[in-house]
Ligand binder design. Structure first.
Ligand code: P6P
Length: 335
């Protein structure tokens, strides 16, 4: 691909795979990129907004000072709702699905976590937007929550925006994983990481060791074995899923947010956190499971359901799964 390849140009070139395409998918992604740029600008000045916001509830631009995750949620909804390509949306911030004006309905469903890890904003740690795109399976007069309950293998596209030292837009449509870095001077996402491949094995493991008192026997033994292993592992845990995942995607490694004695389904959400990242991971040669089952094979029953998540380098995740299954066999059914 030529240098200075923009996300829009890349999407148009990808669109050529579908001669009968009406361009709705490209329009969806282009608008999502606009939302990402608006959120990125607000994240970049969060400190200022907070300082200015402390003087009252209006910032220097006379805008209502909003919590950033509310702001990100509103931005995505307002940017996408009249694009003509969506039949509905589901957001981590909204209990019910977001319905689309019949005059602007399309064939895609967008599921998203507008600002994952938003509690890290106050301490200037990277946060992210995670998104998943499904295709409606047939015409509907009205979109229902059940239309969103599709297993992750049915995703048409998925990806994330990482608001870090730079803002990156990373996505897959099933033809590899591609990363674009925002050039604020130009206001464009430029292709910076074409066809990302996740190393088969890594030296990094990411888990919140502060939860160790609640870990199951399997998790405790797996982490103990990682530490005892002669290979020198490094522990890295940002506490922001997109940041931890993106580092492991590029450098190799494993991220775990397992079930524990307090929450048998872990903390992370299936539809708009685990599924999209699992699609990206597999498209980059990695793997994602709940410890027993491939994430993309799980059939959802609820919009906001949680799932244990073990995701990262293929051989590392396979090793963890084998260990969890072996331990489960030894210690009987899960606690
Ligand atoms: P804990 C952030 O709140 C988040 O949803 C993910 O981004 C992150 O991986 C996880 O929770 C961190 O959770 O319990 O380790 O603080």
């Amino acid at each position: 691909m030529s240098k200075g390849m923009t996300l829009t140009r890349f999407l148009l070139e990808e669109q050529r795979r579908y001669p009968n395409s009406r361009g709705n998918f490209t329009a969806l992604f282009s608008d999502l990129a606009v939302a990402a740029k608006i959120i990125s600008r607000e994240v970049d000045r969060a400190g200022l907004v907070n300082i200015l916001g402390a003087t009252g509830d209006k910032n220097v631009h006379g805008e209502e000072v909003q919590k950033l995750d509310e702001f990100a949620n509103e931005t995505i909804i307002r940017t996408m709702e009249r694009g003509g390509y969506l039949a509905g949306m589901a957001s981590e911030e909204e209990e019910d699905i977001i319905r689309i004006d019949p005059a602007c309905r399309g064939d895609y469903l967008l599921l998203f976590d507008p600002l994952d890890g938003s509690s890290n904003i106050d301490v200037n740690i990277s946060v992210g937007t995670i998104f998943s795109v499904l295709r409606l399976d047939g015409p509907r007069a009205e979109t229902a929550p059940g239309d969103f309950l599709k297993c992750g293998a049915r995703q048409a596209a998925a990806g994330y925006v990482l608001y870090g030292s730079s803002t990156m837009f990373v996505y897959t449509t099933g033809f590899g994983v591609h990363g674009f870095t925002l050039d604020p001077g130009v206001g464009e996402f430029l292709l910076s990481h074409e066809n990302i491949r996740m190393p088969d094995k890594g030296r990094i493991y990411s888990i919140n060791e502060g939860n160790s008192r609640r870990w199951t026997e399997a998790t405790s033994r797996y982490i103990a074995r990682l530490k005892a292993n002669e290979k020198d592992c490094s522990a890295r845990y940002v506490g922001s899923l997109v940041a931890d995942f993106h580092r492991n995607l590029l450098k190799g490694g494993i991220f775990l947010y397992p079930a524990d004695k307090k929450s048998t389904n872990g903390k992370l959400r299936l539809l708009y956190e685990a599924n999209p990242l699992a699609f990206v991971a597999e498209q980059a040669g990695g793997r994602a499971s709940n410890g027993e089952t491939r994430i993309l094979d799980i059939t959802p029953s609820e919009l906001h359901q949680r799932t244990p998540l073990i995701i990262g380098s293929r051989l590392d995740v396979l090793e963890a799964e084998a260990f969890f299954k072996e331990t489960a066999g030894e210690t009987g059914p899960k606690a």
